[in-house]
Ligand binder design. Structure first.
Ligand code: PLP
Length: 609
């Protein structure tokens, strides 16, 4: 049975049971049932499901793994983690995150004024706030205000000029003041498509000579006691651990030497984020070559060795991994709107009394295809179709002939697929490459999978039901934007097979997994498809609850967002109806009412239910 690589990417978060994929937690509801339940209340289009228990699972995992590594080698520092807000700042998400992380004092990391305001207004008491990114004086003032509110805040400076601003803003101020962190520029680099944050050419951080200058400045202005943390970040989606080890060796030595230079309150290293997530559905292409356990034990071991060798205190460890925490917690569910080739039915054939010989041959192939000759007939039919299309271009056959050729070929393909389905011939995979079904999906790749559009990042995808029957169609997925980039093409190295379904009779949903990090907030309104409807699903012993159901934006609100005046738009539409000679007078009101309803709905397409 096709398992869609769930054993490679699934982390036991989901299980296949019978014909459905289920959430592997307490009452284990099927995703299909959750989706049909929500849609029965009138929701249309794609749906983003959030699972707070999966957030909690990742947060607990990080704390427990580090605690265990600490115990194993009797590491003396403490462990803390913060969530980088840039991964997802939406309120529904953040509420779940804070709710499920209270027991850990899990903190927040902010990289802009807006994010800092979110952190200052939402942080659980005593949990740390870490501020990275470029800062002006106003942002530093906000940080000082946070400290005055009693919050545990650290301003991490990215350059000497920020330190100068801090000195200026805090002049003559009494404590409490924010703690000061310094981002260090490492010569070690990350690897992979996201690795731009490390290295000597990175946008951020102080070089060694700047570090020495910073210490002198801090000393001179009597702020050295606020300097407690050094920070680095080697980039997102770390695929191997070698680069981290290099960075740790470098950072550990910098830490020890800064203490020797007089930074006596320096007690922590913030390792940044970058813990990787396995997105692949094919074991052969697994990307992440280390475990969290390895990451934690390598880190603690390395930092302990350096501290011992240089005779300084073992540093407290802070991490800011976001992708690892959030990715698995959301699933995007999108309904299939149409299967293109499924449209080719026998009914549409318009064979003539006398047909071109190649079409007669196609018809014969269709009649006599069986399990023995299926592969050969399939080849022949594709060859015939190619010849017939050339004949059409040269003017030898007409449009009706051409339509008959296309229909017959696709009928043969469909029959062949059924006949060959239990014989996994190697050649068949190659043929599948040529005879893909195009699934039109009721969602926007630009809105919901922006990293696929921008970086070619693939996300695990599978149908939510029919998992007890063999999928026979090689699939390419098209979204409903009118942009040719809105396609996830069939990839013969990592093939996706889906079921043959009649969308007029039944719904067919695809789930895209691990979309909980970055996708929501990077999503763009290309073609004016807005954010999908989102729902938070809390699973309990017997059932589940749908919390925080936020509907996708109404059309009129999408327009208002682009600074159109909704009142003016409605007025113009009503006037057009009123003035139209083609709409009967007594119908005008109901037409206007109907437009009103459409304006209040979201822009996605309507499928069966
Ligand atoms: C983006 C970022 C993170 C989070 O990275 P992930 O790959 O999501 O773990 C952490 N720290 C800093 C400074 C960042 O810029």
């Amino acid at each position: 049975m096709q398992r869609y690589g769930i054993d490679v990417w699934g982390e036991d978060d989901f299980i296949i049971d019978g014909d459905k994929v289920k959430v592997n937690h307490l009452s284990s509801p099927a995703l299909y049932d959750i989706v049909t339940h929500i849609r029965s209340k009138g929701t249309k289009g794609p749906l983003l499901l959030r699972f707070p228990h999966l957030l909690k699972k990742q947060i607990s995992l990080i704390y427990e793994t580090f605690e265990n590594s600490f115990k194993e080698i009797e590491y003396k520092g403490t462990f803390q983690a913060v969530f980088p807000l840039k991964v997802n700042q939406y309120q529904d998400f953040l509420h779940s995150l804070l709710e499920c992380s209270k027991e850990f004092d899990y903190g927040l990391e902010a990289g802009s004024k807006a994010e800092l305001i979110i952190a200052m207004s939402h942080i659980n008491k005593d949990a740390p706030i870490s501020v990275n990114g470029f800062k002006d004086k106003e942002m530093i003032e906000l940080g000082v205000l946070s400290a005055k509110m009693g919050q545990n805040i650290t301003l991490t400076i990215e350059g000497i000029n920020e330190l100068e601003s801090i000195i200026e803003v805090t002049k003559n101020m009494k404590k409490p003041l924010p703690k000061i962190g310094i981002r260090i520029k490492l010569h070690s680099m990350g690897a992979g498509i996201w690795a731009k944050s490390g290295g000597i050419n990175s946008k951020f951080g102080l070089t060694s000579s700047e570090l020495i200058e910073a210490i002198e400045l801090l000393k001179e202005h009597k702020l050295l006691d606020l300097f407690t943390i050094i920070h680095f970040h080697i980039g997102s989606q770390m695929t191997n651990i070698t680069n981290l080890k290099k960075a740790l060796r470098e950072a550990g030595n910098i830490y020890a030497d800064l203490i020797k230079l007089g930074a006596t309150n320096l007690n922590s290293i913030n390792l940044g984020g970058g813990l990787g997530v396995e997105y692949t559905q094919n074991e052969a292409f697994a990307e992440i070559t280390y475990s969290l356990r390895e990451y934690a034990s390598d880190t603690t071991f390395m930092l302990q060795s350096i501290a011992k060798a240089k005779n300084v205190k073992e540093p407290n460890i802070i991490i800011e991994s976001g992708r690892f925490i959030a990715a698995s917690s959301a699933v995007l569910v999108a309904p299939v709107f149409e299967l293109f080739w499924e449209e080719y039915s026998q009914k549409a054939l318009k064979l003539k009394q006398k047909n071109p010989p190649l079409i007669e041959e196609l018809n014969e192939l269709y009649k006599y295809i069986n399990s023995k000759n299926a592969l050969e007939y399939l080849h022949d039919s594709i060859d015939h179709l190619n010849s017939l299309l050339t004949l059409f271009d040269l003017g030898y056959i007409d449009l009706i002939d051409r339509s008959n050729s296309e229909i017959l070929t696709h009928l043969i393909i469909k029959k062949a697929i059924v006949l060959l389905k239990d014989k996994p011939v190697r050649e068949l995979t190659q043929i599948q490459d040529k005879i893909q079904e195009k699934y039109l999906i009721n969602f926007s790749i630009f809105q919901s999978l922006p990293d696929f559009w921008g970086l070619g990042q693939r996300f695990p995808v599978m149908p939510l039901a029919k998992l007890d029957s063999k999928p026979t169609r090689s699939a390419s997925l098209w979204d409903i934007t009118c942009d040719s980039d809105g396609e996830i093409a069939f990839d013969s190295k990592n093939p996706l097979f889906l079921h043959s379904v009649d969308i007029d009779k039944e719904d067919y949903f695809l789930g895209f997994f691990k979309v909980g990090a970055y996708q929501e907030v990077l999503g763009m309104k290309h073609n004016l498809f807005s954010r999908p409807t989102t729902a938070t699903i809390v699973i309990n012993e017997k059932n589940y609850e749908i919390k925080a159901l936020t509907q996708s934006d109404a059309l009129i609100d999408i327009l208002e967002d682009l600074s159109y005046n909704p009142v003016a738009i409605k007025k113009k539409l009503y006037q057009n109806i009123e003035n139209s000679p083609f709409i009967q007078k007594e119908k005008k009101q109901s037409v206007a009412d109907h437009i009103d309803i459409i304006l209040q709905e979201n822009g996605y397409l309507k499928t069966v239910n």
